[in-house]
Design a binder for this molecule. Structure first.
Ligand code: SAH
Ligand code: SF4
Length: 391
């Protein structure tokens, strides 16, 4: 059978809908300046106006032009006629026994994506999505079985962060003393989709999240996870500079081809070469290697030893993810003893090897379980097994 084409040819909707006002959320500072000028703001004032509007939107969480009291009444009315400040709409919210929150949000076109918040001691991580579904078809991933795919716009990506801040009631009040503890302190791009197949929108959204006059998250608190889109890795280092995680999952090309099919395009060697260059260019410390533990597939002592050899010389942390099962999944989770033995070999070689604790399992919020309810065009169990080379 010929390999399925690996494509990033997915629908991206324009920021401006054919009819109606422009959404300011997700525009870079330059783009916002351009739309303000195009709509009559004098060029000389445009930069200052961007600064003011930016702060209202991203620092204070304001969505109503009328509240922007450092702008004249007349200008506020003009803005309200031409622009909107819109973020994805929450369709439903579930809270797990462990405090994890999962929201289903609706974006333009009626599509839905999931967003997960994981509270931890003194901090909290928001897991956001970059696409509806995913064009890649990793055989252990629930999202990969969803057929329909669309890239999220930058506004829809940063809008997930804004939505979570709304729900966590974490927007500061103008004039109030700065509160340093943050409920939402970290972002991981580990929800639905392959972020590096939607590079520009992810970059613009993360630049907004990092902007010092807005959401103000440091690039060290943002982690982008990729399945291994090799040509975009260097760009991520240069243009975003966030932390990088890579879905490694196997130690031979034969097994990785089955688990992470993008490996057929860029194999382990090509991937490692790109990863070696990453820390220097992005000035980040370590790369996180994600490794899903699949019973009898990739979890032997030999795998652990091979993994250590492969990553030699790369500053790394190995994050072991016990496989999260979903209906129809062609794999089972490795036993706790097996995972611990695997972790131990890696740890003894000098690498941190934390075992990721599944969070929010009772609400299907754990890694790889995300998939929007409206688009359950699920492949059959037989089809999944066949593609995984198990059929
Ligand atoms: N597309 C990107 C980011 C989203 S997936 C990527 O693949 O890296 C986030 C992480 O969860 C990835 O490491 C992915 O391989 C892992 N994952 C997917 N399905 C899983 C499952 N059923 N159990 C455990 N981890 C899973
Ligand atoms: Fe896509 Fe990541 Fe799932 Fe693979 S693991 S199908 S790249 S979301």
């Amino acid at each position: 059978m010929a390999d399925a084409p690996i494509t990033q040819d997915v629908l991206t909707i324009p920021r401006k809908l054919p009819e109606g006002p422009v959404n300011l959320v997700g525009l870079t500072r330059d783009a916002m300046r351009d739309v303000l000028i195009a709509n009559g703001t004098p060029e000389k004032q445009a930069k200052m106006r961007v600064g003011q509007i930016w702060q209202w939107i991203y620092q204070w969480g304001v969505r109503d032009f009328d509240v922007m009291t450092n702008l004249s009444k007349f200008y506020r009315i003009e803005l309200a006629e031409r622009f909107v400040i819109e973020i994805p709409e929450v369709v439903s919210k579930q809270v797990s026994e462990d405090g994890t929150r999962k929201w289903l949000v609706r974006i333009a076109g009626g599509h839905e994506v999931e967003v997960v918040y994981i509270p931890e001691e003194g901090r909290g991580t928001l897991c956001i999505s970059s696409q509806v579904g995913c064009t890649l078809t990793c055989s252990f991933c629930h999202t990969g079985t969803q057929k329909l795919v669309r890239n999220l716009t930058a506004g829809e990506i940063v809008g997930q962060v804004m939505m979570a801040r709304d729900d966590l009631e974490e927007w500061p009040i103008p004039g109030a003393p700065k509160d340093e503890t943050r409920l939402l302190s970290n972002i991981v791009l580990m929800g639905m989709g392959e972020p590096l197949y939607n590079f520009e929108n992810v970059r613009d959204a993360m630049k907004i999240a990092m902007d010092a006059e807005g959401i103000q998250l440091s690039r060290r608190r943002i982690t982008l996870s990729t399945s291994g889109v090799v040509p975009e890795i260097a760009r991520t280092a240069a243009e975003i500079g966030c932390q990088l995680a890579v879905s490694f999952h196997a130690t031979t090309d034969e097994v990785r081809d089955k688990l992470v099919p993008i490996n057929k395009r860029w194999n382990i060697e090509a991937l490692l070469e790109a990863l070696r260059a990453y820390p220097k260019v992005s000035n980040s410390e370590r790369i996180t290697f994600e490794y899903v533990m699949l019973n009898g597939v990739n979890d032997t002592d030999e795998d652990a030893r091979r993994l250590i050899k492969l990553i030699d010389g790369i500053p790394a942390k190995i994050n072991l993810i016990p496989f999260n099962e979903w209906p129809g999944a062609p794999y089972t989770r490795s036993s706790n003893n097996r995972i611990r033995a695997f972790a131990d070999i890696i740890y003894k070689a000098g690498y941190a090897s934390p075992i990721r604790k599944p969070r929010g399992e009772d609400i299907m919020a754990a890694c790889g379980q995300l998939k929007s309810a409206t688009e359950r065009a699920r492949k059959s169990r037989a089809q999944i097994a066949q593609e995984a080379g198990l059929g």
